[in-house]
Design a binder for this molecule. Structure first.
Ligand code: AMP
Ligand code: ZN
Length: 471
């Protein structure tokens, strides 16, 4: 499989350190508000990637953090803690906020058929691990204490800006308009590992540490949680494109300084969902959520399809017009599947199955081309192969795409049957007739048809199966 690697700026062949085993890490949500559908684009694409790796035969261990402490409103080291801001807004404690929005996040994931990672770890549960790694960084000379905070010394690294040749001037970390530079830092790019002194000293959650009572910086949590569960070598690290700098750059700096060797060779980043006004962002206040889409009458899986219809390396512009088109495409897909004969017992045509499955894997192996993979679903429905083969293929591919197609088709089928209002006695005779036809007892089948007709119903054999309608 070829996958774009942000670290090498090229589509590389996906490799793992241990054959057949993928150690995967994904940056989790900061749980101070609902996830917006932009955040969820990233989680949908990571979910498809994880499921495709499993589909391809890998044993995957996927770890995800929950940021419930330490993520400041600026990605540098300035601003309030986002969690504290959420707690103030809602007059709740930080832990209540974290608990509520973590549940809300997984509710959204469930609606979007996003599988829960194997390990989900809130940052507040790993303070001892952070302290252990920060202490080692201090001992090794990679970190220093200044003004009460522990900073990572970026000048100790051979190369800090590993993802690209950023200019120091352009990326003055923490120095934004109207924000003072942190005079404790030895180098502009240095970042905080542990705070005991912050301009915003009303932090609710604090812990004792060798450097005084305080709280961890944001970046250290992902390095430590990944190493705790996936060990010293990671195969694949994922996140949204905004995580590249400073978050992932700092994760690499800390992890490799601590470990003394390369940590993760493959970095997968999902580009943003944007609106015509720009990037969707939680801190901007107004944003679209899964619940809002539901209130407007959209099935969350239509949004999943909307995301799969575009490549993860491109920004995706959200509009309700495009979502409406996707809803129509989803409906057409489900309607076509609902017309397949679920009673077709002809053996699956192995050649057709392999040919169409290969079209799917070719698309996915080509840098996760999900929109091409979705096209294969339509190709399957158009194909001349048997309904049993089509249903087997759709069931198989939907293990990865997770569009709930078979379930939605079954629902539609029973809704249509209910709408046709077929009485139970007639439905029973229809089943008996199907069995008679299968047993090639055509005399019985014909007499059952006559009986059904006497009861006021017409029975027809169509390519989509047996159809019963009122006369
Ligand atoms: P957060 O909860 O803010 O920590 O973000 C959770 C994830 O969503 C991170 O991986 C971000 O990179 C990603 N993300 C943030 N904004 C967007 C967006 N507009 N589109 C896609 N992903 C995003
Ligand atoms: Zn992270």
């Amino acid at each position: 499989m070829k996958l774009y690697n942000t670290l090498t700026h090229s589509r590389d062949e996906f490799v793992t350190r241990e054959e057949g085993k993928v150690r995967m890490y994904t940056c989790g949500p900061t749980v101070y508000h609902y996830a917006h559908i932009g955040n969820l684009r990233t989680y949908i694409m990571e979910d498809v990637l994880e499921k495709y790796l499993r589909f391809s035969g890998y044993d995957v261990t996927r770890v995800m953090n929950i940021t419930d402490v330490g993520h400041l409103t600026s990605d540098g080291d300035t601003g309030d803690d986002k969690m504290l801001k959420g707690a103030k807004r809602e007059h709740k404690t930080v832990l209540e906020i974290a608990d509520y929005y973590t549940k809300a996040f997984f509710d959204d994931c469930r609606k979007l058929n996003i599988k829960k990672p194997d390990i989900v770890q809130p940052a507040t549960g790993c303070i001892g691990d952070f302290i252990k790694v920060i202490s080692a960084l201090v001992d090794k000379g990679y970190a220093y204490l200044a003004g009460g905070n522990v900073y990572f010394d970026t000048s100790k690294l051979g190369k800090y800006y590993v993802f690209g040749d950023f200019s120091e001037e352009d990326l003055e970390v923490g120095v934004r308009d109207g924000v003072e530079a942190d005079s404790n830092k030895r180098n502009k790019a240095d970042f905080v590992l542990w705070f005991t002194k912050s301009k915003f000293d009303d932090q609710e959650l604090k812990w004792d540490s060798p450097w005084g009572v305080g709280y961890p910086g944001w970046h250290i949590e992902c390095s430590c949680i990944s190493m705790k569960y996936n060990g010293e070598y990671l195969d694949l690290h994922c996140g949204g494109i905004d995580n590249v700098f400073p978050h992932h750059t700092n994760e690499i700096a800390q992890s490799e300084a601590y470990l003394g060797h390369e940590w993760c060779p493959q970095w997968f980043h999902v580009h943003h969902l944007v609106t015509n006004d720009g990037k969707m962002s939680k801190s901007k206040g107004e944003f679209l959520t899964v619940s809002l889409l539901e209130e407007k009458g959209y099935d969350p899986l239509v949004y999943r399809l909307f995301c799969l219809n575009s490549h993860y390396l491109k920004s995706l512009v959200f509009s309700f017009d495009t979502l409406d088109n996707t809803a129509a495409a989803y409906k057409s897909l489900v309607t076509k599947i609902s017309r397949l004969d679920t009673d077709d017992k002809t053996p699956v045509d192995a050649a057709a199955f392999d040919r169409l499955k290969k079209a799917f894997t070719d698309a996915m192996d080509n840098d996760l081309n999900t929109s091409q993979a979705v096209t294969v679903l339509f190709d399957i429905l158009k194909d001349t192969t048997s309904d049993s083969t089509k249903l087997a293929l759709i069931t198989e591919l939907d293990k990865v795409l997770s569009l709930g197609l078979i379930e939605a088709a079954a629902k539609l089928r029973s809704a249509n049957a209910a709408a046709d209002d077929i009485p139970a006695e007639v439905a029973e005779l229809v089943e008996q007739r199907k069995a008679a036809r299968k047993a090639k007892d055509f005399a019985l089948a014909d007499s059952l048809r006559d009986k059904i007709s006497e009861m006021g119903y017409i029975i027809e054999e169509t390519r989509q199966g047996t159809k019963v309608t009122k006369k």
